[in-house]
Design a protein around this ligand. Structure first.
Ligand SMILES: NC(=O)c1ccc[n+]([C@@H]2O[C@H](COP(=O)([O-])OP(=O)(O)OC[C@H]3O[C@@H](n4cnc5c(N)ncnc54)[C@H](O)[C@@H]3O)[C@@H](O)[C@H]2O)c1
Length: 327
């Protein structure tokens, strides 16, 4: 079996490629290096530089590498940018997936894993745990492209006999090694690191939400655990798993923004108090995954805790921002 990993030079993709290769799977990466970093991949993992939007190239890669399964991570992922450039997000995320699925169906590839996101739920209703049957109501074009992507994956699966798994990642954090860390500043952990590095207090948006400490509660998942979930999904499909499966990938445990900032203070040694700003319109007070379906169907549960995420993310941040380490 050979797995094609699209977006495999990205933050999550490089972890997935390494975990799958480390577990003995043959993998090949297709990445256009728009936000990926080739040196995240070890030399023995083939990297083809090109776009999932290039149908001719995708067909060639599927044939030349005798690909039998695809893990599709390649996408644009910035929520704010997707609000400003919705057509680009639909073209790249949904268009890229369309091209890839056509080539996959034509080549007779029968296994497909898709990177979805908790963004498909939008601001989930006031529930303790967000189950896969919670209504999907994305609030950004990015989230819409992920939900449309899931629909397309399941429909193509039914039409062409492709077994599929859609993984809805919650808040991904941490790194297996500092050089594999996320270099973007789009999520709360790097945003707090960025504020501290600039000698500014971290910000909390609202502390009167109906949560134990009044700040928003989220579910954080270590990228190494997430990578292992992809391996579990790939193994399920390789083992004859049929039909479609859509599962949350989270820890099923909530961490508040205040708890997260306190932990970052401990890890970084910079414990300055946070500034409390007004709550942002539409921010759900709580969004925590019900992670039981992934355990039942994939035999996978997260093993790493939030401290490990923050410590490894901080080590990665300091590699790229040496001035932060001196703080
Ligand atoms: N990081 C998160 O918190 C998070 C949460 C939920 C879902 N996701 C999804 O996980 C996937 C990976 O995210 P990431 O955080 O690793 O982002 P990333 O930007 O680090 O990785 C995306 C990779 O895809 C490549 N790429 C983009 N468009 C491409 C194209 N058309 N053809 C080939 N390669 C292309 C980029 O060069 C990059 O290497 C994305 O689909 C994203 O939407 C991420």
């Amino acid at each position: 079996m050979t797995w094609l990993i699209t977006g495999g030079a990205g933050y999550i993709g490089a972890h997935v490629a390494r975990v799958m290769a480390g577990a003995g799977e043959d993998v090949v990466v297709l990445d256009d290096i728009s936000s990926g970093v080739p040196r995240r991949l070890p030399a023995d993992i083939p990297l083809i530089k090109g776009s999932a939007l290039d149908g001719g190239l995708v067909r060639q890669v599927l044939a030349e590498h005798e690909v039998t399964g695809v893990v599709h991570l390649a996408a644009r992922k910035q929520v704010g940018e997707s609000v400003e450039q919705p057509a680009r997000y639909y073209r790249e995320n949904v268009g890229g997936l369309t091209t890839l699925l056509e080539a996959v169906a034509e080549a007779g590839v029968r296994r497909f894993v898709f990177s979805s996101s908790a963004a498909v739920y939008g601001n989930p209703p006031d529930v303790d745990l967000v189950g896969e049957d919670t209504p999907c109501a994305p609030v950004s074009p990015y989230g819409e492209t992920k939900l449309a992507g899931e629909w397309l994956v399941r429909a193509a699966g039914r039409a062409h006999g492709i077994a599929t798994v859609c993984l809805r990642y919650f808040n991904v954090a941490g790194a297996a090694a500092p050089e594999l860390a996320d270099t973007g500043v789009f999520n709360v952990i790097p945003m707090v690191f960025d504020r501290l590095t600039r000698d500014e207090a971290p910000r909390i948006f609202g502390d009167t939400h109906p949560t134990p400490d009044g700040t928003c509660v989220r579910d954080y998942i270590h990228v190494s655990d997430l990578a292992e979930a992809h391996l579990a999904a790939a193994r399920r499909l390789a083992g004859g798993g049929e039909g479609d499966l859509t599962v949350n990938i989270g820890r099923g445990e909530g961490v508040s923004v205040r708890e997260l900032i306190d932990l970052i203070g401990e890890v970084s040694g910079d414990r300055r108090p946070a500034l409390v700003e007004p709550a942002r319109a539409g921010d759900a007070p709580r969004a925590v995954a019900d992670a039981r379906l992934a355990a039942a169907e994939l035999g996978w549960t997260a093993r790493r805790g939030v401290r490990e995420m923050v410590e490894s993310a901080w080590a990665g941040w300091c590699l790229h921002h040496p001035e932060a380490a001196r703080h």
